[in-house]
Design a protein. Sequence first.
Length: 160
Amino acid sequence: MDASFSADEHFRLGMEALERNDHRDALDHFRVADNLDPTRPSFRSYHGLCLGIVDRRFGEALEMCRSAAKEEFFNPALYHNLARVHFVFGFKTEGIRYLRRGLMIDPGNAQIRSEFGHLGVRTKPVLGFLRREHVFNRWLGLLRNRARLDAQPVLEPFRI
């Protein structure tokens, strides 16, 4: 780490590393940025995100992301980071809740919408008056999904 970089420069380098999925390098840059300027919630949030991904320290990561989101509650990226920390540790329901909060702030946020796309969409149970896990819902759901797959057109390769 070059000590002559500013906190903003370390943050920029951390974001570049995060885009490359180089979480260890991103953690190093975010840690330095957060230490140089601890008043910036976004530095703390990204530091917490990478801390959770790399070092698997859920408690610290969660606290850092939560405090950043409380301090800068109008920033959807901080809710996205909070959701990602929950997803890393398998808490999908909580993560979805924070993604929804982020969309309430910015309904057109591309990163959060993309995250929802990666999660997939769960369809409603066939028989709404029964639990999702009920044997009839499971069986009819399988039939419904097969029917959807069968209804999709099969694309043949283009021939000259």
